[in-house]
Design a protein around this ligand. Structure first.
Ligand SMILES: Cc1ncc(COP(=O)(O)O)c(C=O)c1O
Length: 376
């Protein structure tokens, strides 16, 4: 049986000089976890965000781990973290012996609820850090969240892995925390195949992170180590891909937003489908287009996912909240209100739709028609 053309959720797309830059890395023999493209990618981000220091690393998870260390998390310390996220947001807390405390979402952006955050602070006034995640390209509501953290004098770490290019009141997501991270994993808006970046205004912190990321070598001729180190630096070959990708970031944001708008248009007449709306002042990249189905609809997310799958089209559930994950079963959770937690409701009723910038308009129309067919 000939299968229909595969449509991906989000796959890499090379639009510019990636191949040329990788060739340059090879031709100059800079095939190492340092080199001119690593430096260039960091400079590109320092200008773009803008931020004083960007440190290119092997993964967004590595960047988060170093952010957790910079925040001074020690065994037994509590760290508040969005519950609706990928496990990589929370795992690095545990690498350092910290104890995650999960915070529910609010229903507008699906990101951390300031109401739930306040409740967590009432019980634990002194966590070591708060990890605020901006999911699926949508900024968290920083004007509500940051003053609460400031009031308690707690370090904010921003996990902007999924939201590079998004803005909140004109300022880039990934610049709101003391330490911020983005991911260049293969499915992200721009990729280095695998990689990440730590962003901070604090130059001393960036220097410490860079040292940790390169095996904590002290500045001596011989190999001198006074701290535990990691092998977390980005390869110059990966950075070459990243430099090519970076040149087309704005185009990618535009394409992702157009994909989202086509879904909004396509599902306009179906009352049971709700597409996330951008609150005033926020500009989402819609890295993934998210649909929420009414809990009263006979069509369930699984019906959509399996029907698309049969047509060779990828889709995926919304993240399963961390407080429902067996690995974090012992961790505390603070809900948005007395009703069903918002994050649980989103997990149950949401679907991530194909949001691949390689997808043609015709491909997307096929996706829309298949989904509309289920609601007839
Ligand atoms: C919210 C979130 N945080 C962290 C990460 C980790 O990034 P990486 O895969 O680059 O380690 C990801 C994605 O992969 C993510 O989606």
């Amino acid at each position: 049986m000939v299968k229909n053309k595969k449509i991906y959720l989000a796959s890499p797309q090379m639009l510019g000089r990636e191949r040329e830059y990788v060739k340059e890395a090879f031709d100059s023999n800079w095939v190492a976890p340092l080199g001119p493209f690593v430096d260039k990618l960091e400079e590109d981000f320092e200008k773009y965000m803008p931020v004083k220091n960007a440190v290119a690393l092997s993964a967004g998870t590595a960047a988060l781990h170093l952010a957790i260390k910079l925040a001074g998390v020690k065994p037994g310390d509590k760290v508040f973290c969005s519950s609706l996220t990928f496990s990589a947001s929370a795992n690095p807390i545990v690498y350092e012996g910290g104890v995650p405390v999960f915070i529910d979402s609010e229903p507008t952006t699906y990101n951390m609820s300031s109401v739930a955050l306040e409740k967590a602070f009432e019980k634990y006034p002194l966590p070591k850090a708060v990890i605020i995640v901006s999911l699926y390209g949508m900024p968290a509501d920083f004007d509500k969240l940051l003053p609460i953290c400031e009031k308690h004098g707690v370090t904010v770490i921003e996990d902007a892995a999924e939201s590079l290019g998004a803005t909140y009141k004109g300022k880039h997501v990934g610049t709101f925390g003391k330490y911020n991270i983005i991911s260049f994993n293969g499915n992200k808006i721009i990729t280095t195949s695998g990689g990440g970046m730590l962003l901070t205004e604090d130059t001393k912190a960036a220097e410490r992170a860079l040292k940790w990321a390169t095996q904590s070598r002290e500045p001596a001729r011989h190999y001198q180590h006074e701290e535990i180190g990691y092998n977390y630096r980005m390869s110059n070959v990966c950075a070459a891909i990243g430099c090519g990708q970076f040149e087309n970031l704005d185009d990618k944001v535009r394409m992702k937003r157009e994909i989202f708008e086509r879904y909004v248009d396509g599902f306009r007449d179906i009352d049971e489908i709700e597409m996330i709306t951008e609150p005033e002042g926020m500009e989402s990249t819609h890295w993934l287009s998210i649909m929420k189905i009414s809990e009263f609809s006979k069509v369930r997310p699984l019906d959509i996912m399996t029907t698309l799958e049969a047509e060779n089209i990828e889709s995926r559930p919304i993240w399963k909240p961390m407080h429902l994950q067996p690995v974090f079963a012992e961790c505390e959770f603070f809900a948005h209100d007395d009703k069903r937690p918002v994050s649980e409701e989103l997990f149950e009723n949401g679907v991530c739709l194909p949001s691949d910038t390689n997808m043609t308009v015709e491909d997307q129309e096929r996706v829309i028609e298949i989904i509309k067919g289920l609601f007839k």
